[in-house]
Every structure is written in C-alpha cells, then in structure tokens.
Design a binder for this molecule. Structure first.
Ligand code: PMP
Length: 384
C-alpha cells in the first residue's frame, strides 16, 4: 500500500501504541477518584498537560484534552462566544477554515456579526481586510495556521501584531496541520490565546486532541456535565490518551526540522515530475509570485478534465491512496471552499486531488504515483 493521505490521518507509531498499552494497563483508574490510585492517575494527567506546555514553550496556558480537534475548535469558539450571545459582537474567520471552525462560525451568524476573510490566489488571507474588519466590538479571530487542502501557511506572527491594538479580541489558531510540520517557534505561542492540535495526524491515536488556552480567559462551558477539565470537557478523563497525545506532540515537534528536510525532498521531486504530466497543475502559487509559504506535507493537484473522485479510485486500484478535498467533507460532494477561494473556478474544485506526503513515504513511491498518473492521463504534456 502506498499511503499519501497523512493529512487525513496517520498510522500510530509503535512507540505510542506501546505507551498506550503500558499506561492503560497500569493506570486505568478514574483520575477523578479520591483514593490514591485516582490521585496518582490525576497526577499523570497533570504531567501530560505540563509536557505539552514544555514542548510548545507555553508558560501561561491551560491544557485540555478533548476527543478530537473538531471538539477542541468547538470548545474554543463557543467558549468565547457563549459569553456574548445575542450581543451582535463581531467575530472573524476565513473562507478556508476546516468545517469544525467554518461551520461553527456559520452557526453563530444569528447572534454575531460574522466576517469571513478572503484569500488571494495563493491561499493567504488578506491582512488589509483583517485590519479593516477589526473594530472595538471584535471578540474573536480564528485563523488556521496551515490549510489542510493546499498547505498554505498563514502569517500568524503578523496577525498577532495587528491584534495588539485590540486587547479584548482573542486569537484562536487551528494548528492541526502545523504542529510537527512547520517551525512553530518563529512565533511566541504564548501570544496565541487558543491553539488547537490533533494527535492522530502525527502518528498518535484517534480520540485525543489538545486545546491550549490562555489561563486568564474565562471560557464558557459548551457541554453540561461534571467538572472534569474545568467543566469544559466534562466526562471521565482519558489518561492513557492524554499521555500518548503529549508524547506524540513532543516527538513531532522535536523531529520537525529533520522530518521537514526529508519531506521537502519528496515534495520537490513530486513537483519536478509533475511537469511531465498531461493537463496537471499545482494548486499553489497560482499568482505566479512564488512568495507564499506552503507546508511540505501537502500538494494539491488540479487534473484538468477529470473528476477527482475518478482519479482517486483509479489510483486506489493501483494501491495508491490520495484524497479529494479533506476526508471530513469528501463524502458530501461539495466543491472545496479552499480551491474556490484561491481560483473561483468550480471545475478546479471538482478536479483537484490532495497528495499528502510524510516521513513514511519514499522517492520511489512518488515516482510510482507520477508514473501511474502518467499512464492514466496518457500522451504528451500539452496545456499550461
Ligand atoms: N482542523 C484541521 C486543519 C484539520 O485538518 C482537521 C482534520 N482534517 C481538523 C481540524 C479536525 O481534526 P479531527 O479529525 O481531530 O477532528
């Protein structure tokens, strides 16, 4: 099997599976129990939180371990907005967010003045539009760090600078495709109010994610239950999940630079060879300015005249796995918002596949993908 879909999910690494087994077997107790076994479990849970803070150099953040990044994004946005229901305060996000942000903002349109920032052809938000949209009534801005469809990297450092004039406005960053994939430390993460991370994209397990939030923020509970995890993630805590989540974040951040060097070679090789393909174009740097930054882990390809689904199934028959749009929305047959935002071209939206690269892929696999596409698309290169 040749798996080019690590943006959707990744195979858990053996070290994490072992750690899960060890922790669940030795410490399966309820961390909220008041006897020693419970207290010991709780203390391990606290250590997992501290480990995330240490890895991300966070000194003023509280850590929650919700069950997915989707939950983390919901808890973050509702956590801020539920304090302001009905006030019509302004909240700002982008057209290219993951549905777990975009659809939450959509659901808030009745109670809030919602602004969606456009992107340029390279998938980068317009900072002037952000500046013009901000006002004293703005309480929240959500911007994803790395887009999950085309891999564009947003200028989070500049956004932090712009928001300094609006101390009341909180910044929420969905960093799911950024952690372990780009260098995070160009930015002081303490300056981001709310950060979302997912563990199953990194070689960790499904079922645990992180929401890191500034401990001065009073987040409103969105779920009703007992008081676990500040009442924001009520329900019995998943100690083994949290321990593994903290570990995979640590491993991914520690190995980020080395992994990026390897994956960038795969990406460059893929991009070089795409030249050989008939009617295939990259969905990045469409502006031809070549200034935008992209993750090395995501390559989006427009295959003119072919439905992405058909291409995906052809590749599947050859034991190659890529995706059409994001796995979360690909069953809905909607045209991808990100592709529309960069191109305003429905055909491009229908005919784009996402190739996700990872340290588990090889140059030979990239060659096999290109050769298979070549065989499928046939002929001599002719379009662009
Ligand atoms: N945000 C981004 C940018 C993502 O890529 C994803 C997963 N596709 C999510 C959020 C949701 O992650 P999860 O599967 O953990 O809910």
């Amino acid at each position: 099997m040749i798996y080019f879909d690590s943006t959707a999910t990744s195979k858990p690494i053996p070290e994490i599976i072992e750690l899960y087994e060890k922790t669940i077997n030795s410490c399966w107790f309820n961390p909220s129990s008041n006897y020693t076994l419970g207290l010991r479990s709780n203390s391990l849970f606290e250590q997992a939180k501290q480990s995330v803070c240490k890895t991300l150099k966070l000194t003023n953040h509280e850590i929650l371990f919700p069950s997915s990044a989707t939950m983390a994004n919901n808890i973050a946005i509702f956590g801020i907005c539920n304090n302001y229901r009905g006030t019509k305060k302004r909240i700002i996000t982008t057209f290219i967010e993951h549905p777990s942000v975009y659809n939450v903002y959509k659901s808030l349109e009745k109670d809030f003045d919602v602004i969606y920032l456009k992107t340029d052809n390279d998938g980068i938000i317009d900072l002037n539009q952000l500046k013009e949209s901000l006002n004293k009534e703005t309480i929240l801005v959500s911007v994803m760090w790395v887009n999950n469809i085309i891999g564009s990297v947003q200028p989070i450092g500049e956004i932090i600078e712009i928001l300094k004039q609006y101390p009341r406005c909180k910044l929420h960053v969905d960093a799911v495709q950024a952690v372990g994939k780009i260098d995070l430390f160009n930015v002081d993460l303490n300056k981001i109010d709310l950060i979302t991370i997912s563990s199953h994209k990194l070689g960790g397990l499904k079922g645990t994610a992180v929401l890191a939030y500034n401990n001065k923020i009073d987040l409103a509970s969105h779920f009703i239950g007992a008081s676990q995890q500040k009442g924001l993630v009520p329900g019995t805590m998943d100690l083994a999940g949290a321990v593994c989540c903290a570990k995979i974040i640590d491993i991914s951040v520690t190995n980020q630079k080395e992994n990026d060097i390897y994956v960038s070679k795969l990406k460059n090789h893929l991009i070089d060879r795409i030249e050989e393909l008939n009617n295939v174009q990259l969905n990045s740097n469409l502006s031809n300015k070549n200034t935008a930054l992209y993750s090395n882990y995501i390559v989006s390809l427009f295959i003119k005249g072919k439905r992405a689904e058909t291409v995906m199934h052809y590749l599947e028959k050859k034991d190659i796995y890529v995706s059409i749009g994001s796995a979360c929305s690909s069953k809905q047959q909607t045209i991808d918002r990100t592709i529309l935002s960069i191109s305003n071209d429905k055909d491009r939206g229908i005919s784009s596949i996402r190739v996700s690269l990872s340290v588990n892929n090889t140059i030979e696999e990239v060659d096999y993908l290109v050769d298979t596409l070549k065989e499928y698309l046939g002929g001599v290169k002719n379009v662009w």
